[in-house]
Write a protein that binds this ligand. Structure first.
Ligand code: F6P
Length: 327
């Protein structure tokens, strides 16, 4: 009998999941396996939404953001009774291996599932927040950064035409990665993230001097974690006399045509994951560090919080701390 393998997406969807699904089907068949899709994440696993996957299911999806098989955040999967139902659904179909595209919470759930029911799995870090400990890169972050870059570039056109301060809020949950990389690569004047606390008043003198020399617009990138975009806009109005607008980029950041990099990484991640499961790896996460793939345990990934890369933080501090503001 052919080995059977399934894939599911868990948590916030990312652009790159569909390319991963395409590679999953194609590579599973190439390896003599029977591939299955689990619809709507762990919710679908519990509700037995486990469907055989074919080439036609993945035809034409490489260009599409989101995930064709849906994703979900499952509360029920935290309950051992529902995990038993989920395991029985897989066992009935004789599926012994699972690939999970998701975050550290999903991997932690899978670890328990493996310990209780012996279903092997490999996790592929997937979140636009890029906030999973143990990997430099999570699937989907590149497309999200490109979506943000396009929005900021577009906003700069109007900002520069209208003498305004624009406050642009990025996603990222508690992590400033999206905001910091976007601020550096779009030439923003100011970047506010939780990892680099600053006092906004410390910029006043420098910004006033820039205005006196002819600056007539400001772009500020704020991480959603700080929840202070409106406050910052009011500061520009009150302290610098600049009409201000807040743009919350919101869920546009999760959509869009997957970038070349995310497509390629989706292919590589899935290839490594299937090879690892076939080679007998039972419960690991495939990570990407310093241009190399490596397998980590769930503890290495989920026990510690993610810290922003120090090199990136140094760049950010040099660019955005009030002490480095160019008068
Ligand atoms: O984790 C991905 C993410 O998009 C975060 O950046 C954001 O805080 C959150 O999910 C939004 O969640 P929801 O789509 O449930 O509103």
């Amino acid at each position: 009998m052919k080995p059977k393998i399934a894939i599911l997406c868990s948590g916030g969807d990312v652009s790159g999941m569909n390319p991963a699904l395409k590679r999953f089907v194609e590579y599973a068949y190439a390896k003599g396996m029977e591939p299955y899709f689990i619809h709507r994440g762990f919710e679908g696993l519990i509700d037995n939404k486990i469907i055989p996957a074919s080439y036609t299911d993945v035809a034409g999806i490489i260009t599409r953001g989101g995930t064709k098989i849906g994703s979900a955040r499952s509360i029920r999967f935290k309950d051992p009774a529902y995990r038993t139902i989920a395991a029985n659904n897989l066992k009935r179909l004789r599926i012994t291996m699972l690939i999970v595209l998701g975050g550290d919470g999903s991997f932690r759930g899978m670890e328990r599932f493996y310990a209780e029911h012996g279903i092997s799995f490999c996790g592929i870090p997937s979140t636009i927040d890029n906030d999973i400990n143990g990997t430099d890169y999570c699937l989907g972050v590149d497309t999200a950064l490109n979506v943000i870059k396009n929005s900021i570039d577009d906003i700069r056109d109007t900002a520069s035409s209208f003498r305004r301060a624009f406050i642009i809020e990025t996603m990222g949950r508690n992590c400033g990665y999206l905001a910091l990389v976007s601020a550096i690569t779009s030439g923003a004047e100011l970047c506010l993230i939780p990892e680099v606390p600053v006092n906004i008043d410390d910029y006043k003198g420098c910004f006033q001097s820039q205005i006196a020399k002819g600056r007539d617009y400001f772009i500020t990138i704020v991480s959603e974690a700080l929840q202070n975009s409106e406050e910052i806009a009011q500061w520009f109005e009150k302290e610098l006399g600049f009409e201000s607008r807040v743009n919350v980029l919101g869920h546009t950041q999760r959509g869009g045509n997957p970038s070349v990099y995310d497509r390629l990484m989706a292919y590589k991640f899935v290839t490594y994951a299937i090879d690892a499961l076939l080679a007998g790896k039972t419960h690991s996460v495939i990570c990407y560090n310093k241009s190399h793939f490596n397998f980590k345990t769930i503890d290495e990934v989920a026990l510690h919080p993610y810290h922003l890369d120090e090199e990136l933080l140094i760049l950010g501090r040099e660019q955005f701390l009030p002490s480095h503001c160019q008068m």
